[in-house]
Ligand binder design. Sequence first.
Ligand SMILES: [Zn+2]
Length: 287
Amino acid sequence: MLRVMDRDRTVRISVARTTALVEEARARQGTSPTATAALGRALTAAVMMGLDLKDDESITLRINGGGPLGTILAIAESDGTVRGYVGNPEADLPEKYRGKLDVGGAVGTDGFLEVIRDMRLRNPFVGRVPLQSGEIAEDLAYYFTLSEQIPSLVSLGVVIEPEGKVGGAGGLFVQALPGADDELLRVLEERVLELGPISHLMQEEEPVKLVERIMGDIPFDILDKREVYFRCRCSLDKVASIVTALSEEDIQTALAAQGCLEIYCNFCGEVYVFDQDETRRLREGAG
Ligand SMILES: [Zn+2]
């Protein structure tokens, strides 16, 4: 993941290649092609927005348009890690046309895109905009422009291979800062459109090469460069604290049905299993 700015500090470009992390999310959660594309776009957007974070801050992207996928959640940390899930990972729709997944239809447009910036000590900042197309990139561009007053060109894409795996994934933000020259923006936009879908570019191109193709002879500086990963924050300790907080009735129902307590992490697919004795010990310990 890379962020650059022109020498006049009026245009900011962020590029990320997220193929491996989106494929990891797919493999862990068994998402359908359409769900993989939607989740992959959200994970990519969130990890790129994470470039704005300091130390232990985090950013959450939440999308719910009332479509068959349900809520899509992606949470990024300042260290280039991101996690996320889709409410209905198996939901899928027929392609809009050959090779074009119907992400907009699967997400829906009857709802909002929300951005929650958790700045730890201060109150979280929450911004929300009504969904425009459910395709996520267009919705995020609308969010940046309306909620953060940063006119932005947003491109997000995921290529799904015939067997359902992720062949390429990536994102591109071109953002106009105060004082940006209209002519410069027009040239950059033209070059981005000429490049074609970001997901295909990311199958072969290094992020820095992509920036060079967009910037051409415009001098720029690299502001930030970092690796990106899918990483969940769940742990046995966190799950144990959930076990102590559940109602006795829920615990007894689960133990009676399965003989043990199984807690599934939506983000990474990890299953935590507690047998009767462990469950009792945890709850008595919390006593
Ligand atoms: Zn997890």
